[in-house]
Ligand binder design. Sequence first.
Ligand code: ADE
Ligand code: ZN
Ligand code: ZN
Length: 269
Amino acid sequence: MNAKLIIAALVALGGTQLAMGWGQKGHDTIAAIAERHLTPATKAALDSLLDGKSIVYWANWMDNASHTPKYDYSKTWHYKNIDADQSYVSAPKHSKGDVVSALNREVAILRSPRESEAEKILAVKMIVHFMGDLHQPMHLGHASDLGGNTVKVKFFKNEANLHSVWDSSLPEAAHKWSYTEWSDQLDRLPEAEERAVMGGDFDSWAEETYGICRQVYEKTPKGTVVSYNYIADWTPVVEQQFLKGGLRLADVLNQIFDPEYVPVSSIKK
Ligand code: ADE
Ligand code: ZN
Ligand code: ZN
C-alpha cells in the first residue's frame, strides 16, 4: 500500500469511529463519586473482586474493550436509542441489547451463585461504566442520527458532532478539573437530597436522561455553533448528570454487595 492509500484508509477509519460514552473525565468522576458512598461491606467485596484496584481504575475500560473482537458483542450496550416519534416505552429494543438491558443482565450475574468469579469481575467493570453512559443524554438519543453522531455542529471554530460535544468537549470546557477535583466540587448534596436522587431503577433513570436528551436536541439543531453561552447554559446539567450517575452507581453496588444496605427503592426486577 502506498502512503496516500494508507492515509486515506486511516481517515476513513477515523470517520467511522463512533464515540462510546462520556469521555474519560465523566466516567472517572462518576466512579470516584460512587466510591465515596460505598459501605464498608461493599468496599470489601469490590476489593476482593478487583484485586485491590479502585472502580475508578476500570471506569473507562469498556470503551476500549468494546472495540476489540473479544467484547464486540457489547458494542450496543453503551446506549439506548429512542427516535423522535417514539416514547421511552414504545421505542423498539435493539436485538443485540442496550444500556438498560446490559445493566439488568450484569446485576443478575452478580446476584447469581452460579456465575464464575471471572464473569462477576467483568460484570462489575460493565456496571461501573454503563451507569456512566446511562447519564449521558446523547446515549439516549435518536437511532436515526446515531445518538447525535451524525448531527454536525461546530465547537467554537472546529467541526464537531452533537454526540462528541456531550461526551467530552462540553465537560472539558465546563471546568479544567481532574476527576478528583470534579468529585470534590460536586459531591456536596445534603443527605436527604442524595437519598432522593438514589430512588428509582435503570428504566426510570434512563427515562429521566432521555428527557434531558430531548431538550438538548431542541436547543442544538444541526449547524449550531457551540460557544461560551452554550457551555454556560449546559454546565449545570453536566454537573448534575455526573453527580446523579455517581450516587446511583454507589446505590446499585451497595444493593448488590451489602446485605444490610437499605435502599430507597430496589433495582431488583
Ligand atoms: N454510539 C454509537 N452509536 C450510538 C447510537 N446509535 N446512539 C448513541 N450512542 C452511540
Ligand atoms: Zn461507553
Ligand atoms: Zn458517547
